[in-house]
Every structure is written in structure tokens, then in C-alpha cells.
Write a protein that binds this ligand. Structure first.
Ligand SMILES: [Zn+2]
Length: 60
């Protein structure tokens, strides 16, 4: 599963770079990925969303 190598820090607007090395078989839904902001140094943890691109019509 592709996950972003950088995200935008919501605090300062700088790029936050991924810290967690990609597992041998890639990330999967439910994994947690840590980012470190290059601006303010904050850490951000994101949960990898589950792969559901075969059901584009979400029926909530
Ligand atoms: Zn920041």
C-alpha cells in the first residue's frame, strides 16, 4: 500500500517526513506511521487506512 513520504504539518505548514521504515511487505491497513515535522519538530502518528479501493461507492 502506498503511503505518503511526507505530510503537511497542521501546526506550522512545513513538511513532515516519515520516520517509520517501510516493512518488507509494505504497510497495511491499521499500521501506524510516524512523521517528524521539519519545521516545529512535532511528531505526527497516522493510521494507515484500510485498502478499500474496490468499493468506491461508500454507502454510509
Ligand atoms: Zn510543524
Amino acid at each position: 500500500m502506498d503511503i505518503p513520504k511526507t505530510i503537511t504539518c497542521v501546526d506550522c505548514g512545513q513538511k513532515a517526513h516519515i520516520m517509520t521504515p517501510e516493512p518488507e511487505f509494505g504497510f497495511s491497513g491499521g499500521d501506524w506511521v510516524a512523521y517528524r515535522c521539519s519545521g516545529c519538530g512535532d511528531r505526527w502518528d497516522l493510521e494507515v487506512s484500510h485498502d478499500n479501493h474496490n468499493s468506491e461507492n461508500s454507502s454510509l
